[in-house]
Design a protein around this ligand. Structure first.
Ligand code: GAR
Length: 202
C-alpha cells in the first residue's frame, strides 16, 4: 500500500454475496470519525444479495458485479479489479463473499485482502462449518480472520474469536453465536490493520 497523504483513511472495499451482516458491522464501525479506514465501496457478486440494500441504507456506494454476466472467472475478476482500482481501494475485506478467487486476483491483492471464515481455522475449511463442528463433538468453535491466499481458507491467520459449543446446540444457535463474535472481531481487526498501515506511512 502506498499513500501520498497520511491524513487519509485507508480506502477499503467490502465484498459480499449475501446478508451482509459483517459488512454492516464494518461500515458502522468505520463511521466513527477517528476510525482509520473508510468503507468506500461495497461490491456484491449477486444481484439478490440482501446486503446491497443494507449498504445503500448506510450511505455506502454499492455495486453489483454479477459473475454470471462474464464468460470466464478471469473476466469477472478483471471487472472487479478495475472497479476496485478506479475507486483507489487499498484494502479489501471479504465478508461472506462466496466466490473462489483465482491466483491472478489473489496475487494482485496479496497482503491487502482479508477474509472472515466461520471456524477456528485450520479446522473446518469450506462450507457448513457449524454443522461439522457440532458433528465432530467440538466444545469450542469460532471465527478466523486471515489474509487471502491461493488456497481455500489457508491464508495467514490474523485473529480468531472463540465461542463455546453448548450441549444440544443447534446449527442455527451456534451460527448466531459465531456471527455475533464475527461482528465484534472484524471491525477490531480492520481498525488494527488500517492503523498499522497509517503508522507505516508516517
Ligand atoms: C459469515 O458467517 C462469514 O464468516 C461466512 O459467511 C457468513 C456471511 O454472513 N463466510 C464464509 O463462509 C466464507 N467462506 P454475512 O453476509 O451476514 O456477513
Amino acid at each position: 500500500m502506498s499513500r501520498k497523504n497520511v491524513d487519509q483513511k485507508v480506502k477499503t472495499a467490502v465484498l459480499i454475496s449475501g446478508g451482509g451482516s459483517n459488512m454492516v458491522a464494518l461500515v458502522q464501525a468505520a463511521q466513527a470519525p477517528d476510525f482509520p479506514a473508510e468503507i468506500v465501496l461495497v461490491i456484491s457478486n449477486r444481484p439478490d444479495a440482501a446486503g446491497i440494500a443494507k449498504a445503500e441504507e448506510l450511505g455506502v456506494k454499492t455495486l453489483c458485479i454479477d459473475h454470471k454476466n462474464f464468460k470466464t472467472r478471469k473476466k469477472f475478476e478483471q471487472a472487479m479489479d478495475k472497479t476496485l482500482r478506479a475507486h483507489g481501494i487499498e484494502l479489501i475485506c471479504n465478508a461472506g463473499f462466496m466466490r473462489i478467487l483465482s491466483p491472478w486476483f489473489v496475487g494482485s491483492w496479496r497482503g491487502r485482502q482479508l477474509n472472515i471464515h466461520p471456524s477456528l481455522l485450520p479446522k473446518f475449511k469450506g462450507l457448513h462449518t457449524h454443522e461439522r463442528a457440532i458433528e465432530a463433538g467440538e466444545t469450542e468453535h469460532g471465527c478466523t480472520i486471515h489474509y487471502v491466499d491461493e488456497g481455500m481458507d489457508t491464508g495467514k491467520i490474523i485473529a480468531q474469536a472463540k465461542v463455546k459449543v453448548l450441549p444440544n446446540d443447534t446449527t442455527e444457535a451456534l451460527a448466531a453465536r459465531v456471527l455475533k463474535a464475527e461482528h465484534k472481531l472484524y471491525p477490531q481487526i480492520l481498525m488494527q490493520i488500517a492503523s498499522e498501515e497509517l503508522q507505516t506511512q508516517n
